[in-house]
Structure formats: structure tokens, C-alpha cells
Design a protein around this ligand. Structure first.
Ligand code: EPZ
Length: 421
């Protein structure tokens, strides 16, 4: 099993190319199920989660090929052979549940394993089910699988989501584009991945209005055609690498970085004393005057502060001047990185969904354990500024969402290496 070793203390200087967004690509790939014609995705990230989605789609009869060094995903669903998303694949990656809506819309039936528990929270699918039932599907849970049917096809409806769930909005959009009549989704998710999916579906011939806002209106059509779509840059990878020079010192250029993708994150960096400058090719990040100030953070749905950057932000605040309060409002168990940061000498008090972080002058390297994707990269970021060596174990979590992290940070002067055992 691989581990990553970071020797702290080196200031960073250089450029990092931001890849396509994992969470956008994971929603775009199932859109192929909606048409017999080919769907080609460019600027695709090269991640294990993308490979898992490819394997799931292939198990349904989709032709999946990776081109141009893996940055292009070519998909064709002209000959689907199954409508069953097997537990063995779904348990590896919850986003597998994004085949439910498009399969149901295209074939009138879908059998999708419930993903089960997750390190960061219970993550039920009730909002997905309620929305698809509103579109006329019948859904039953049997032996851990959701059995969904819409023999006569789906029908447009008004859906008021009890929470702006990203996945439920994506599943509902992909179901509604082939439903008869008009669908209105109120309290929809507004994340950039939703806008990216809507753009792709419109390129396939769908009628969608309002994506990115709280209300999305969809006029169903009889069929969709093929398309080519570019995956939006990864705002979470971007935010992660913006924090690297903030934590380690120095200055880094993020190629392809866009401020509009980051919501409230940039305001918090500014308040902490971190400068973010627009450049011709993206963003440049550096400390304003060498110090980092404590700030309070509450995670929220977009355009609020992203929960997927909470762990990385905690790593920054471990050595900030003063006490910061971080409140996690999206997931009920997303402070698993705190005990590991404490092993590195951080001062963190966690009470339920609130963590109080009192800045210390310097962290100390230690062997630590990755527990989930974002927690793992927060430990690497903390290691960049720590005294001595930090050894991050179980980095398979990391490879799910970060392309070649040791190369990207190493190219900016970080002393980081991957060791395979
Ligand atoms: C997406 O997950 C992302 N994953 C997550 O990123 C991200 O943290 C999350 O959105 C929030 O931004 C992908 O896009 C593949 P939700 P998703 O449905 O769609 C509750 C990462 O690190 N909820 O918006 O699963 C749920 O339990 C990952 O890349 C219900 O209660 O998130 C959670 O508390 C981690 N019932 C909240 O809503 C439902 O039916 C937000 O979940 C659905 C969700």
C-alpha cells in the first residue's frame, strides 16, 4: 500500500495545472445513458473514481474508452445490456447512484444498490427517491437495492427539495430531460457541477433553464442526441492547491483556476491574510505579509464555503495567529482529520459539528492515517509546513480525487515523495 512522505519547511514557487472536476465528470458520464449516440468528455481528470464510474457504466453495456492520455472519455450507450448497478461497484463509490435517474428515464427501469454508510456521514438517498417518485416512478427497497420503475415513462412535476442536495438535483435533472412535460425543481443545488451537467444536457438537445440558481425548469423531450463537452475545472483541487502556498509560504500560479468557482472560499482566504490575484492563465496565491490570521468558517451549500475544503482549511488554521472556529453544517462526521492533526501538535477541540482551532507556532511531522479523500490531502498540506517528516498512510483515498499530487507539489519545490510497499 502506498504512502506519501512530506519533509516540511520548503517554501513553494511554481505553477500547477488544475485538472477537470471529479465531481462534475462523475455526473457527466452517466448522462451517456440518456442517448444512443456517443458522448465525448474532454478535460477529464485521471482519477480512480473516474475509472470506477467507467467500470460501472461498462457493466451496464456502455462502451467506455479513454483517449489522449486519459484526458478524453468517449462513451456510447447504443447497446445497453443491463439496468442493475451492482453493490460490488456501488459500495466503492457512492456517486454510482447517479445512474439511477438516467437509467430510469431511458429504459423505464433501474436497480441500483444503496451505497451504505460513509466515513463522513449517513448520506441517505431519500431526496433522490422523493423526487423520482414525484416524476411518476415507483421505487422499492429490496435486499439493499432500490428497484425503480416507470413503465409508462416519467412525467414532469414540481419538486421542492427539502435540502439542495447535489446528487439528488443531478439525478432529477437527468430523469426530467426525457419526461413528458415540464419539471420545476425548487430549492435545487447551485454548485458549478450542476451548471456543467446542464450545459452538457443542453448540448445533447435538452431544454433546461435556471441551472446555478435555486429553481431549475426542464421541458422534457422524446430523445437526446450525441455531444462533446469539456469538464469544468476542479474547484476543490483548485482550493486545495491555493492553500499550499498559504500554509508553506511562497507563491504559486494555478493554471485554469477561476474565482467564480470558489464561492465564499476566497473571502475567507482574504480575511486570513492570503492574496489571490487573477492572472492571464488563472490565479496566483501568496501570503500578504508572511502571517496567517485566524478566521471563523461555516460550511454551506454553494456559493457558501465548500465542505470539501473544510479539512484543508483546518490545516491552514492550525498555525494561524489566534483561535478559529470551524462549523461543519453539511456532513455530520467530517472532522476525522482533527485527531491526526493533533498527532502533529495541533490544538483542536471538537464538539459535535464545531471545531475550535488554536494556532500553534509550528506543527511537527508524524506518521498519520488518511480516513477519507479530503482528510488525506489536509494531512499532506499540514506536512508541508511541519518540522521534520510526515508520513501519510492509506493514500488510496487521495488517488480518488487528486491527480499525481506529489508531482504537482514537487514541481513547486515541496519535498514530497510516494513510497510503494
Ligand atoms: C456531492 O455529494 C459531492 N460528491 C461531495 O464531494 C460533496 O461533499 C457534496 O456534494 C456536498 O457538496 C460528488 O459530487 C460525487 P449531497 P452528494 O447530496 O451529492 C444529505 C468529495 O470529497 N442528503 O449534496 O452525495 C447528505 O447526507 C465528495 O469529493 C440527504 O439527507 O452530496 C448530506 O448531509 C464528498 N438525503 C447533505 O444532504 C439525500 O437524499 C449533502 O449531500 C441526499 C443528501
Amino acid at each position: 500500500m502506498d504512502k506519501i512522505i512530506v519533509r516540511g519547511g520548503a517554501e513553494l514557487s511554481g505553477t500547477i495545472q488544475i485538472a477537470g472536476a471529479k465531481n462534475a465528470c462523475l455526473a457527466l458520464m452517466p448522462a451517456t445513458l440518456l442517448s444512443e449516440e456517443p458522448l465525448t468528455l474532454t478535460n477529464a481528470p485521471r482519477l480512480s473514481d473516474i475509472a470506477t464510474m467507467g467500470a460501472l457504466l461498462a457493466s451496464l453495456g456502455v462502451e467506455v474508452s479513454r483517449l489522449q492520455d486519459g484526458k478524453v472519455v468517449a462513451l456510447s450507450s447504443h447497446a445497453l445490456s443491463s439496468h442493475v448497478a451492482d453493490y460490488e461497484i456501488v459500495r466503492k463509490m457512492r456517486a454510482s447512484n447517479l445512474v439511477l435517474g438516467p437509467l430510469l428515464a431511458r429504459t423505464g427501469q433501474a436497480v441500483v444498490s444503496l451505497p451504505g454508510g460513509c466515513a463522513i456521514g449517513a448520506r441517505p438517498m431519500d431526496i433522490h427517491v422523493t423526487a423520482l417518485e414525484a416524476l411518476g416512478a415507483t421505487i422499492e427497497l429490496r435486499e439493499g437495492y432500490l428497484h425503480a420503475e416507470a413503465r409508462g415513462g416519467l412525467k414532469g412535476a414540481r419538486i421542492d427539495m427539502r435540502f439542495p442536495s447535489v446528487g439528488a438535483t443531478e439525478n432529477t435533472m437527468m430523469a426530467a430531460v426525457l419526461a413528458k412535460g415540464t419539471t420545476v425543481i425548487d430549492n435545487a443545488a447551485r454548485e458549478p457541477e450542476i451548471v456543467d451537467l446542464a450545459q452538457c444536457l443542453v448540448a445533447m438537445g435538452a431544454y433546461i433553464d435556471g441551472a446555478g440558481g435555486p429553481t431549475i425548469t426542464i421541458e422534457g423531450v422524446d430523445r437526446l442526441h450525441g455531444a462533446t463537452d469539456a469538464v469544468v475545472p476542479d474547484r476543490i483541487e483548485l482550493g486545495t492547491y491555493m492553500l499550499a502556498p498559504a500554509i508553506a509560504g511562497g507563491s504559486v500560479d494555478l493554471i485554469g483556476g477561476r474565482i467564480d468557482l470558489l464561492g465564499a472560499f476566497c473571502e475567507k482566504l482574504d480575511a486570513a491574510g492570503i492574496d489571490v490575484t487573477q492572472t492571464d492563465t488563472g490565479l496566483r496565491v501568496a501570503r500578504r505579509n508572511g502571517t496567517v490570521r485566524a478566521v471563523d468558517v461555516i460550511t454551506e451549500v454553494f456559493p457558501g464555503f465548500p465542505t470539501d475544503l473544510q479539512a484543508q482549511m483546518m490545516a491552514l488554521l492550525c498555525t494561524a495567529d489566534g483561535k478559529s472556529v470551524l462549523e461543519e453544517r453539511i456532513f455530520e462526521n467530517r472532522f476525522m482529520h482533527a485527531p491526526e492533526l493533533i498527532r502533529m501538535g495541533a490544538r483542536i477541540d471538537v464538539h459535535g459539528g464545531v471545531a475550535e482551532v488554536t494556532g500553534v507556532p509550528r506543527l511537527k511531522g508524524a506518521p498519520v492515517m488518511a480516513t477519507d479523500l479530503r482528510a488525506s490531502v489536509s494531512l499532506i498540506l499540514a506536512g508541508l509546513a511541519a518540522e521534520g517528516e510526515t508520513v501519510v498512510n492509506r493514500v488510496y483515498h487521495l488517488d480518488r480525487g487528486y491527480e499525481r499530487v506529489e508531482h504537482k507539489l514537487g514541481a513547486c519545490g515541496a519535498r514530497i515523495e510516494r513510497v510503494s510497499e
